[in-house]
Structures are given as C-alpha cells and as structure tokens.
Design a protein around this ligand. Structure first.
Ligand code: 5GP
Length: 120
C-alpha cells in the first residue's frame, strides 16, 4: 500500500510558505517553482496543492477536477515558459525504484536545450 502523507516534507513546507521557493506560477490546483538543483537551463517543478505523496496516490485518490486542473496547469506553465515550440520533457518519479526523493507528487519540466533521448 501507499505510505501516509508526511506533512513535514519539503514541498509541503514550501506550499505553506515556511521555506522560500522561486515561484513560477500558482493557481488553485498547483504551484510551479524552479528546482533548487537544475538539470537543464529550465527545470521547473509543478506540484498539486493537496497532500498526495506520489503519482499513484494522486491518480487514485484526487478528485477528477483536481487531476484535470493540475495537468492543464502543467501544460500552461510549460507554454508560458516558452517551452512548447522548442519542446520539453516532463517526468514524474514514483516510488523507490524511480529514486523519488520528495514524498509529495511533483512533475518535473525540463527544457531550454536539446535534451537527448532518455528512455527510461
Ligand atoms: P525527485 O527525485 O523526488 O523526483 O525530485 C526532487 C527534486 O526536488 C530534485 O530535483 C531536487 O533538486 C528538488 N528539491 C529538493 N529540495 C528542494 C527545495 O528545497 N527547493 C527546491 N526548489 N527544489 C528542491
């Protein structure tokens, strides 16, 4: 089963404003901010506002309107960052084998240079 949500994880603390972030965008569904250790010229994280510890948790338990609102926001953030025409990569790590480090569901957006093929 899924672990319980840890309300002291770093992204929960960012959502509560307890620690700062370089905010890109915020609405009722999501907060987008620059990754602290960028792996591309643009490396932005988009997180839902609710307490979901992983993609599995989010996909299985979030209200459908929140899922739609979140993923639509990921798309608009990428577009507003100028990533859509040149293209970008989105990635979500899920669980132990993926190396997921922060137990609050997040989507990475990478762009600003040709990224090369990365499967997986
Ligand atoms: P994961 O491996 O869980 O998919 O990715 C976690 C990401 O969060 C990493 O890319 C890491 O650099 C980023 N990160 C970890 N702590 C912080 C933080 O305090 N602030 C920001 N902006 N990013 C963080």
């Amino acid at each position: 089963g899924l672990p319980p949500y840890d309300s002291q994880n770093i992204f929960a603390r960012i959502l509560r404003g307890e620690i700062p972030c370089r905010k890109v965008f915020e609405n009722e569904f999501a907060l987008a901010f620059h990754d602290i250790n960028p792996q591309a010229p643009v490396h932005v994280l988009v997180i839902p506002k609710g307490p979901y510890c992983s993609f599995a948790d989010f996909a299985a338990t979030a209200p459908e309107a929140d899922i739609a609102g979140f993923f639509r926001t990921v798309g608009t953030v990428a577009k507003d960052l100028g990533l859509e025409a040149p293209g970008y990569r989105m990635l979500a790590n899920m669980g132990e084998h993926s190396g997921q480090e922060v137990p609050h569901f997040h989507v990475h957006l990478f762009g600003g240079r040709p990224l090369g093929r990365m499967i997986p």
